[in-house]
Ligand binder design. Sequence first.
Ligand SMILES: *[C@@H]1O[C@H](CO)[C@@H](O)[C@H](O)[C@H]1NC(C)=O
Ligand SMILES: *[C@@H]1O[C@H](CO)[C@@H](O)[C@H](O)[C@H]1NC(C)=O
Ligand SMILES: *[C@@H]1O[C@H](CO)[C@@H](O)[C@H](O)[C@H]1NC(C)=O
Ligand SMILES: *[C@@H]1O[C@H](CO)[C@@H](O)[C@H](O)[C@H]1NC(C)=O
Ligand SMILES: *[C@@H]1O[C@H](CO)[C@@H](O)[C@H](O)[C@H]1NC(C)=O
Length: 390
Amino acid sequence: MSNLSCNFSSERMDICAMQGDVRMHGKSAVLYVVAASDDSYRPANGTAVTIRPYPRKGELSMMQKIREVTIRPAATTGSTAPPRCTVTHDIPAVVFSTGGFSSNAFHAMADIFIPLYNTAREYDGRVQLVATDYDRKWASKYRHLLAALSVYPVIDFDADDAVRCFPSARVGIDSHKDLGIIPAMSRNGHTMMDFQGFLRSAYSLKRAWATPVNRSSGARPRLIMIPRGETRALTNEADVIAAAREVGFEVMTVGLEVVSDLARFSEVVNKCDVLVGVHGAGLTNFVFLPRGATVVQIIPWGELKWMSWSDYRDPLADMGLRYAEYEVTADETKLKEVYPRDHAVFTDPLSIHKQGFNMVWSIFLGQNLTLDINRFTGVMQEVYQTITIT
Ligand SMILES: *[C@@H]1O[C@H](CO)[C@@H](O)[C@H](O)[C@H]1NC(C)=O
Ligand SMILES: *[C@@H]1O[C@H](CO)[C@@H](O)[C@H](O)[C@H]1NC(C)=O
Ligand SMILES: *[C@@H]1O[C@H](CO)[C@@H](O)[C@H](O)[C@H]1NC(C)=O
Ligand SMILES: *[C@@H]1O[C@H](CO)[C@@H](O)[C@H](O)[C@H]1NC(C)=O
Ligand SMILES: *[C@@H]1O[C@H](CO)[C@@H](O)[C@H](O)[C@H]1NC(C)=O
């Protein structure tokens, strides 16, 4: 007898787990649960259930683009008889989507790798990962993480014409909160510290802890500046870097091509004591910092504090990281060259928020910044004091 149980009650994700005789046909996006007993079948009595296996249910228009997977209870014989196995696996399958917002570094971690870790790590590599909305370039970028979760290559679900049989499967992945794990919700009591350990092992990173730097010995704490592309760029970046050097940091800078090469960039970040960047997905690289390191978030103009805090401040404590911030004033944004000072952009930024996220995105998240070097120096001096000793 097979069994199937689903949980649709989370605001973030839908999940089904099944055991027994599970047959998967990717091309038609169907999993058959053969001879499922009715009483263990919770979601609806005897009918098929559908899941879009990307854990951000609230984002309705994005979710529409995630491929829908059908889970169909099937009898062994008769009209609902499932297709015969063409490949038989002796390990569980985990079906998830690499579509959605996954091309964004924040979402790749928050929506895919942390939930996938929650769901698949317990199998210790003996698990078949199956990705719908599969993107080869994406999978290549994150190949180290995928390989650390499973010793088998990922199956491209949508293109797969085999009928694969598994002893068990999960469809959907466990997301608890953004860039975080709630240990009480984790089947294995995992924590974000465990996840950091997993990342260190996946990328062979050496430093688990950042220790205070001894100023008297002439040592300098190391700082990485996260580069930005077209938006939220620092127009006086060279001065910002010079100011941080003046404070006493050894400043590392890299190009965007290094940031996208995670094997290289994770190593650079792990060697640092401080990570500085303007609010944006690049800050997600703090997952590679050693514990005790500090993240400095530069918050652009436009009442972006709440968003900045929930994405890149609140997750830090569970990873043993410290936080400092620098919020720009109306004088430090290039928006002042576009909008007059009596425009709502300056007098009432929240009224722009009320017009919807697209407006916030195009105006406030589209700005460039020119930092006040004196004020920035003050913030960096405080950070320097907290992480150095004499
Ligand atoms: C279903 O999921 C919710 C939220 O993730 C959780 O609180 C609840 O305990 C789950 N229910 C079952 C029966 O596992
Ligand atoms: C589900 O089925 C598997 C094997 O078919 C069995 O070992 C397991 O105990 C069942 N679980 C439940 C909750 O019925
Ligand atoms: C069983 O399915 C029928 C038809 O879809 C539905 O009306 C009924 O409420 C279901 N019963 C339970 C217990 O879910
Ligand atoms: C810091 O370095 C100085 C000079 O090398 C040394 O005398 C001092 O003991 C060091 N302090 C600590 C706490 O290690
Ligand atoms: C912001 O700066 C970047 C990088 O210098 C540049 O490519 C972009 O055009 C600038 N955007 C605006 C709105 O000035």
